[in-house]
Design a protein around this ligand. Structure first.
Ligand code: HEM
Length: 122
């Protein structure tokens, strides 16, 4: 059954369905296509990584591990949903760090490029 028909059958009205569709186009389309473009850009800028990636293509397990690493590094350097932050209603511990109530969590755009924690390539 088609997606829209299924939503209609669930009792959603046209406005709700169109909002869900727009949400999915924005959430799924831009995120993955822009990330893929950054990924290709980074591979071209780092031909030694591309060569290494080519060398593991025949080994499915290694290829998947390598692909995952490429995607993670791309999302670290060019996070597509960088400004998604949170305010904590209560004090909370995350990875050994105390996040005080009402504090904004840092956004990826700055924290992911913190030279203290990552090697700088550029
Ligand atoms: C590189 C790929 C993607 C990234 C980095 C990404 C990132 C995110 C982030 C950070 C949020 C949480 C936003 C917030 O609550 O503040 C989110 C929510 C969401 N994403 Fe993605 N996303 C990606 C791909 C996709 C794809 C492919 C789909 C759908 C097929 C999708 C559907 C959604 C939806 C529906 C939500 C809202 C969930 C909710 O109701 O809380 N995303 N995404």
């Amino acid at each position: 059954m088609g997606f829209v028909r299924k939503l209609k059958k669930e009792g959603l009205n046209e406005m709700e369905i169109s909002r869900i569709c727009v949400d999915l186009v924005i959430a799924a389309g831009d995120t993955t296509s822009v990330t893929k473009q950054w990924m290709l850009y980074l591979l071209c800028k780092n031909p030694h990584v591309l060569d290494e990636y080519r060398s593991v293509l025949d080994d499915k397990e290694e290829e998947q591990k390598f692909s995952r690493g490429i995607v993670k590094e791309t999302l670290r350097m060019y996070p597509i949903a960088a400004l998604a932050s949170r305010i904590f209603p209560n004090d909370c511990e995350l990875g050994g760090y105390l996040i005080p109530a009402t504090e904004f969590t840092p956004n990826d755009l700055t924290s992911n490029l913190e030279h203290l924690y990552y090697i700088s390539y550029y």
